[in-house]
Write a protein that binds this ligand. Sequence first.
Ligand SMILES: NC(=O)c1ccc[n+]([C@@H]2O[C@H](COP(=O)([O-])OP(=O)(O)OC[C@H]3O[C@@H](n4cnc5c(N)ncnc54)[C@H](O)[C@@H]3O)[C@@H](O)[C@H]2O)c1
Ligand SMILES: O[C@H]1[C@H](O)[C@@H](O)[C@H](O)[C@@H](O)[C@H]1O
Length: 342
Amino acid sequence: MSAAPLRVGVVGVGVMGADHAVRLAHRVAGADLVAVSDPDTARAAELAARFDGVRVVGEPLDLIADDGVDAVLVASPGSAHEEQVLACVEHGKPTLCEKPLTMDGESSLRVVEAERKAGRPLVQVGFMRRFDPEYAEMKRLIDSGDLGRILLVHNVHRNLRAGASFRSEMIVRDSLVHEVDVCRWLFGAEIETITVLAPRPTGHAADGVLDPQVAIFHMAGGGMATTEVFVNSQVGYEVRCEAVAERGNVTIGLGQSVFVRRAGQYGGRIPDDWRDRFGRAYDLEVQAWVDAARRGEVAGPTAWDGYAATAACTAGMESLATGRPVPVTMADRADVLGGGQA
Ligand SMILES: NC(=O)c1ccc[n+]([C@@H]2O[C@H](COP(=O)([O-])OP(=O)(O)OC[C@H]3O[C@@H](n4cnc5c(N)ncnc54)[C@H](O)[C@@H]3O)[C@@H](O)[C@H]2O)c1
Ligand SMILES: O[C@H]1[C@H](O)[C@@H](O)[C@H](O)[C@@H](O)[C@H]1O
């Protein structure tokens, strides 16, 4: 591992970029936050002023090319990821790209191919749930084989509310993409067919938005998964997952850590958003990225995982439009990666 701290630049400093900047500056070992970039330069300047020695670089591509930046955390909107991650790969910079890797399967494949040409793994995708202690324990139990083969997974993914710009297809591409990754990871298999259905929409969604949605994944090898995504639930941030195996089942996300009785009522707290529920997962994710980058490696979800997830979501968006099951079309892994890389 390199003795010097990893000099990290953050591209896009909205909700997630600002949260990661604080994490890098105060909670992650072996990294120095050195630069931030956002087209909203006032927002970038305001964030930089909260730390010592953090520069504001006007253009995201200039930050990526900057010799004083060793590694880049991309937290811009998904539509900017392809260009920015390709630039990171071109400059040989380790990259942690927030999900989704890009907007569709084809563009994600271009990232996988660019990384392959660069000759070494550089891209980690921000599927933080793999680092969440509860999900990690579920995965360990499933992989131990003690419960027999995993057969089914049931997911619930609810947000308090979504902005008016959050359209029906974004529920697939930006929200369901987490369950796509979780299910590929838990089953150790690709999704062969995806179906996305919508019951009557809630009156709390913007006009024309199909919310909630129900997705069904048919996994290679015969496993199956169901997911409810409801981004205007009006309740809070709820993420639950139940994995059903031959001799038992595992449930996470019951939120039973603190249970209070008062004023004739009992119960716990439901967080407002992901930063609270997955705070520990993001810390572990970014620490794993920094540690791996200093060793010249990539930890956790790879560019291929990002590609597989966007390919499944591309098929999911088609299914949402037609109501029919859609096969997930992917390039052959051995052809693209040459059989070596994970
Ligand atoms: N892992 C998670 O749980 C999680 C949670 C929320 C968001 N995300 C992802 O993080 C990313 C950012 O989401 P957010 O909620 O922080 O969004 P946001 O809208 O709060 O912030 C986006 C920021 O990017 C800036 N921006 C716009 N175009 C840009 C460009 N071309 N280059 C650089 N910056 C640009 C905007 O000015 C804004 O400051 C998205 O990919 C989103 O899907 C992940
Ligand atoms: O971008 C966010 C983020 O990925 C959250 O983890 C998810 O719960 C939301 O649905 C999505 O909009």
